[in-house]
Design a protein around this ligand. Sequence first.
Ligand code: CP
Ligand code: NVA
Length: 343
Amino acid sequence: MHMRAEPMTVREPKKTTPPSLLPETAAPRDLVSIHDLAPAEILQLFNLTSMLKQRPADFRGVLAGKQMVMFFEKPSLRTRLTFEAGMDSLGGSAFFVDQTGSRLNARESLYDIAHNLERWIDIIVLRTFSHATVEEMATYASVPVINALSELEHPCQALADFFTLQEQFGDLQKLHFAYVGDGNNMAHSLLLAGASVGAKVSIATPERYGLNPVIVTMAKAIAEQTKAQLRILTDPHKAVAGADAVYTDAWASMGQEHEAEERAAVFAPFQVNAALMQLAKPHARFMHCLPAHRGCEVTDQVIDSVNSVVFDQAENRLHIQKAILVWILGGGVGRFRARSTHA
Ligand code: CP
Ligand code: NVA
């Protein structure tokens, strides 16, 4: 039974089970926030992602007959194509609805849309302006909902990013991850993901463009479990000093283009250029979710350097999202661990 709920700024997590008590095959019902995954589940998801990346043929057809619908209120290159290609390679079908002309709930209520979709479709993927739209759909629909970017979070990207870092460095608990720039959806999901994997996370934003305090509180609660070290700063130099990875994102996100000029002036000291990268460790990787605004948040010299892993991150969107779909729709991680061990 689904009840109508008031939209909230940040939804309370559905799961409260401590990670140690979670069965290995537990599948999250929705992925609206990084917070929907317990720290132990994120590491299980990374194991499944490695299997899918190394042996894609083992998973061909595992989602045969499953159908996914994607409603996107904002443009996309990576997210749309990696979900579509990923679902296709697993044997399922993907339907894309271009929602860029009007908000998802402009023609009818989310409640009514949800109760239509759940009669036809196995999983719903949403890219929206308002985070409440994703939360409400997850509340109303009896089928799983994945957040493919809202103004508050971009969980699929942050999971792909920390999976990329695990590939690059191994033990994420020894990692110093720095993010400099806007306190936006990427910064929020990266903070929660970094806290979940037990990393040292330093985030520097201009004072007026800081992080959502509810997300910071959630991240601190996770860090108490995982022993992650979180530093919320306003000085990009302090954040980057000694870092293993330096991440940035657009200064004006989708929907904020009209603020681009004003933001460019405030964010100029946060540009990731060769001088800033020099403060990080010599091996420090440069990261960006893309699309990049070359000459603004990052220089060509940095994004095109040998230490840039931006296309590895983009590649891993495919593998992590396949793992998310298999996990949610395909019967959990345990089944596939057994399958691949005996293959
Ligand atoms: N990084 C990312 O989500 O890219 P798109 O906006 O192209 O999907
Ligand atoms: N912060 C950016 C991320 C794009 C993938 C935006 O929301 O536009």
